[in-house]
Ligand binder design. Structure first.
Ligand SMILES: Cc1ncc(COP(=O)(O)O)c(C=O)c1O
Length: 458
């Protein structure tokens, strides 16, 4: 009988120093070979020296005094933190439902990074995998998924046609015994991973700056998993404000609109089932091409004082995949930075205040996106980069930030969620429960028991 390949509990992802020293040492040694299954124990925001993977952007770039603290997902195995929810969903299926390696094909509906994470985790854990995703995402994404041995089931369109992938997933794979669907938009391990693991990382990273609190948390939702970190932040600092960002070209949460856009990974044209809209305070719109141009700025412009902050070893980044700070942004990371600057201005934050946001993935997924930018714009010189930096980052204003704290906005967002997910068979009892905070707190509270089960089967 196939044996379960061991991986971490939620508590160990939050704090790998809970692992036995020999397992921790083996995991760190395994970083040299990403195909080594012991890398499952490196699914964490924490770095070998114990610090949280993050950087703080200099005011020379942001134009605000508040500390913009960016959690950096690049050092995660496979190059983005989306491997976390993919692992958590598979590990829960093994621990709670008795799924065993080889018994099922793992399905990852995705716009890319979750698919990469699904392919990667499935490879390490001994499952065949198939990623369902739109057919016009950056070519680096498909290459990486194939490199990890997974197959692709492509649906027509781009980022904001992800509902087609959802429909394909339900039509072909959900409810069939031979498939295990890691349904990131609807399954709660995604919420649990970010609430328990990312939320803790956000609190820890902010503790080192200003007043040590979190004034705002900003994230552009795809599945809205990352936004769940906001629930952990609010549990600790109830005055913290959570903002969800969307491409201006696809203002779904903002005003129910839908459209094509260039920010891969976000703006998926829906209120996902696992999005706790109760704790989303603002919805902000960001122009998609500003994020692509902003990525070019971060790649090319000399920006003083921008360093990866990884604990007390300044040379550690060379040990972790040779990362430099400029390798740690993709298009959605730039979107999050712009949104963080806007929120710092809206809230009038000063040098004691922290805004936490996230850079989900590594630049290695985006060279083709910048090649496309140059095709569209022609050669991009230093003066253009300076002008873009000024307008896009330092000049970000407080426009297009919608306050969704009031009851009518909550009703609108819940109605959008229920309208979509009712079509996929979810019922009124679940929807009613999701309208109360107790439901979400209970989801986080299940982690202890799930951890016991994960530890028992490995
Ligand atoms: C590049 C990128 N940014 C942001 C996100 C959004 O993260 P989440 O799905 O947790 O909302 C994703 C999700 O796939 C992504 O791939």
């Amino acid at each position: 009988m196939a044996l379960i390949i061991p991986g971490p509990t939620y508590a160990e992802m939050r704090n790998p120093s809970l692992l036995p020293p020999d397992r921790l040492a083996a995991a760190n040694a395994a970083r040299a070979d990403e195909r080594d299954p012991r890398n499952l124990f490196n699914i964490t925001w924490r770095l070998p020296a114990g610090g949280v993977s993050h950087l703080v952007l200099p005011p020379a770039l942001t134009g605000v005094d508040a500390n913009i603290v960016v959690l950096v997902g690049a050092p995660f195995p496979s190059g983005s933190h989306k491997v976390g929810p993919a692992y958590a969903t598979l590990a829960e299926a093994e621990a709670l439902d008795g799924v065993l390696p080889g018994a099922k094909t793992v399905i990852g509906p995705s716009t890319g990074n979750f698919g990469i994470g699904t392919a990667y985790v499935s490879m390490l854990k001994g499952y065949r995998a198939l990623v369902v995703m739109p057919d016009t995402m950056s070519r680096e994404r498909y290459e990486r998924i194939r490199q990890y041995g997974a197959d692709l089931d492509l649906t027509p369109g781009s980022e904001s046609d992800v509902i087609l992938t959802l429909e394909r997933t339900h039509a072909r794979y959900v409810g069939r015994a031979e498939y295990l669907v890691l349904a990131q938009f609807e399954l709660l391990p995604n919420y649990r991973f970010h609430r328990v693991v990312t939320g803790d990382a956000a609190l820890r990273a902010a503790a080192g700056y200003g007043n040590g609190r979190v004034a705002a948390f900003v994230a552009a939702p795809g599945s809205a998993g990352t936004l769940a970190a906001g629930d952990a932040i609010k549990a600790r600092f109830p005055e913290a404000v959570v903002a969800a960002l969307e491409p201006r070209e696809c203002a779904t949460l903002y005003r129910g609109a839908q459209g094509q856009h260039r920010i891969e990974g976000i703006g998926d044209k829906m209120v996902t089932l696992i999005h706790n809209v109760l704790t989303t305070d603002y919805v902000g719109l960001i122009h998609d091409d500003d994020c692509v141009r902003g990525l070019k700025v971060l790649r090319e412009l000399q920006i003083a004082d921008c360093r990866l902050q990884i604990g007390d070893d300044p040379n550690l980044q060379s040990a972790i995949y040779n990362l430099q700070w400029r390798d740690c942004f993709g298009v959605s990371g730039v979107c999050n930075v712009i949104g963080a600057i806007k929120m710092a201005k809206l809230l009038g934050l000063g040098p004691q205040d922290n805004v936490v946001t996230v850079a989900t993935d590594r630049f290695d997924r985006y060279p083709s996106v910048l090649e496309d930018l140059e095709q569209r714009e022609g050669p991009i010189g230093g003066a253009t980069l300076e002008a873009w930096a000024e307008r896009i980052f330092r000049g970000a204003d407080t426009g297009e930030l919608l306050d969704v704290r009031g009851e009518p906005q909550k009703r609108r967002l819940h109605a959008m969620k229920e309208d979509l997910w009712g079509r996929f068979g979810y019922g009124d009892d679940l929807f009613a429960a999701m309208r109360g905070m107790a439901f979400w707190d209970e989801q986080a509270g299940l982690v202890e028991e799930i951890d016991r089960r994960i530890a028992a089967v490995r």
